[in-house]
Design a protein around this ligand. Structure first.
Ligand code: DGL
Length: 276
């Protein structure tokens, strides 16, 4: 069988927390990961820029034979996915599919809350897009969704400060702000690829009884169901257990930090974006 990996895209390292979980559930498939580390972070960029960067990355993955691409980045899923699905894909690759990470979480999270109050922690861009609230309310119109941007969390993770006093301060502050606005929240979505690395710290600041929702696991299960429901797509994805990782930064720089997100050592290759 020819090589047709499932593409996984993120603005940088963070999508590796999603890829890790996907691989656990679907180890037989081939995966091609692309991190746009040269242009990260996406979380504070405008709609236009996130859309343009994401489209360039998806085009690269499609050119490499991916029948299916997962946008593992919440910000890209929030700001670029719909336009790419509706406007670009029919033109550039009508048989290919691109899926995001927000919808699978939105479809699940309403079944987990008892109080009907859901909190979402995310980048400023994801919160500004309102995507989590819109998607959750589509599936669970009776719930209340309160969102809190956490602009310092990604830089803290990227600078290996998860265990420091700075992380403790900002995690405590942002959770405090969210719960002050809605003390009835009993289910908390970590709506950013980097936040699983701060999960312990988040739990330390939460009152008892609040459930933390782990995005990677939900996305992995949802992808497995998607492939079952769409045999015409899964038949086009090759299954030799292959993995390849690329970054738009220097691969040595990527490999040094990637293991933190992926859970094991990484050897990446380099590409230029845009790839013209
Ligand atoms: N991957 C991004 C997300 O999940 C976080 C990092 C960034 O801001 O680029 O929103």
């Amino acid at each position: 069988m020819e090589h047709h990996p499932i593409g996984v895209f993120d603005s940088g390292f963070g999508g590796l927390t999603v890829l890790r979980e996907i691989e656990r559930v679907l180890p037989q498939y081939d995966f091609l990961y692309l991190g746009d580390n040269a242009r990260t972070p996406y979380g504070n960029r405008s709609f236009e820029v996130v859309y343009a960067y994401t489209l360039e990355a998806i085009e690269w993955l499609l050119e490499r034979g991916c029948p299916l691409v997962i946008l593992a980045c919440n910000t890209a899923s929030a700001k670029a996915l719909r336009t790419i699905q509706q406007r670009d894909l029919p033109r550039i690759a009508p048989r290919a599919r691109v899926l995001g990470v927000i919808r699978p979480v939105a479809e699940t999270v309403g079944t987990l809350t008892r109080s009907g109050h859901i909190g979402v922690l995310a980048t400023a861009g994801t919160v500004a897009s309102d995507s989590y609230r819109i998607e959750i309310l589509k599936h669970f119109p009776e719930v209340t969704v309160v969102q809190q941007e956490c602009p310092m969390w990604v830089p803290l993770v990227e600078n290996h400060e998860c265990d420091g006093a700075g992380a403790d301060f900002f995690v405590g502050r942002d959770i405090g702000r969210l719960l002050e606005r809605d003390p009835l929240v009993d289910t908390l979505v970590l709506g950013c690829t980097h936040y699983p690395l701060l999960e312990e710290r988040v739990r330390a600041h939460l009152p008892a009884g609040i459930r933390v929702v782990s995005q990677g696991e939900i996305v992995a299960r949802s992808l497995a169901h998607y492939l079952e429901r769409h045999p015409e797509i899964s038949a086009r994805c090759s299954r030799t257990g292959g993995r390849a990782l690329y970054t738009s930064e220097n691969p040595a720089v990527f490999d040094r930090s990637a293991a933190l997100f992926y859970g094991r050592p990484v050897r990446s290759g380099h590409i230029c974006l845009p790839n013209r």
